[in-house]
Every structure is written in structure tokens, then in C-alpha cells.
Design a binder for this molecule. Sequence first.
Ligand code: ZN
Length: 223
Amino acid sequence: MSLPTHHPGDALLMDYASGSLGEGPALVVASHAALCPGCRCAVAEMEAVGGALLESIEPDPLSPGCLDRLLARLDEDGPEPPPPVRRPPAPQRRAAADGPLLPEPLRSYIGGCPDALRWRPMLPGIRVAEIPLTVGSARLIRIAGGTGVPQHSHDGVELAMVLQGGFSDAFGHYLRGDVAVGDDTIDHRPLADPEGCLCLSVTMGTLRLTGPVGRFLNPFLRL
Ligand SMILES: [Zn+2]
């Protein structure tokens, strides 16, 4: 099986390598990197450069009284700290494009089999299963062969990674491991390959359907 040809891009890889990417998009990037030697290598290099930069930074000396002020603030009753965000584990080093259906970072969230998730119908030929995260959620989306997702754009950024099968839109053909990055400048209508498509999807924002049917369905969708 061939290697992915659509990648998350340097900006997302850099955010992932620095640990600043949210849990959902980090799960997509880690799952892609498990199947993509090029991005895995790029992340490793970015992490090495980031570590070297941190080591080269001289720490600033603390101002007088700084420690006392910090301890006093810790004694005050403040709001509950947010729960720690779970960071997806590093991609499996030897994962291959023809390996298990779910690459390891994703498998640790779901277990081995996507069929065990609670699937709900969203539109004819399209079913969705939520993957709970520490903050927010990701989704698996199953699209039956030949089914088109209504034309839509995104308020924010949508990352969709193909796990099985494939889909096409005006920007290309996406197969296992490929990542499609959509933002509010892109209006598209993905069409599943004849054998259907299983995707991991994270939307950082709200999805807006923009076609004539989609505008009607918008209030009913929480994709
Ligand atoms: Zn890649």
C-alpha cells in the first residue's frame, strides 16, 4: 500500500512537536505520523531543535519577593484548575500504511475495533461515532460508497484523516493516512470512493453547510 501524499503541513507539525496543539488535532497528527515516515521524521527533527533551543536559553533571575508573592497566591482560594489535557502518545515507530486499521495513537483511545463504538446516523449513507477526549471530542465518520457529504465550509479548521477507503473533493483524492485540512476559506463537497470511506475528523469550530440542502439541514447537525 502506498504512503500518504496529503500531509498536515509544517505549521501543524510544529505545533504538535512543541506540545501546543490541542488534544483532538494532536490525535490526528499523531495518527498521520504513525503512517507517514516523512512527517514522523520532521516531527523528530522539530522536537530536537526545540529541545536544543530550550537548553540554550538563560533563565531570567527572579525579582525580589517573587517567591513570596507566588506562595501567597497559591494560598488564596482560586478557581478549580482545568483538568490536565491528555496528550496522544507518540506515533508507533514501525507502523506501516498496511498495518492495523487503527494506528496506535488512535487505537489507545478506541480499543481495537471501531465497530464497538456507538454509531449514529447523520445523513443518508453517513454515520458518526464520537471519540471522547479530555477536552472536546473527535469523531469517526463512515461514508457509504459513492455518497457525497453536503457542500460545506468550516468556522475554524477541520482535519480529516482517511483510515480506510478514500474520498475525493475539488482539491484531490485522499486515501489511507491522507489528511485533508479545511478552513473557512474552503467550500467543498467530499465524495466517498466506491468502497466507502472511514475517516477520523476533528473540527476546531463549527461546520456550516452551504449548499441548498445543507442550509436547510444546518440547524439539525452537530458534526
Ligand atoms: Zn505526512
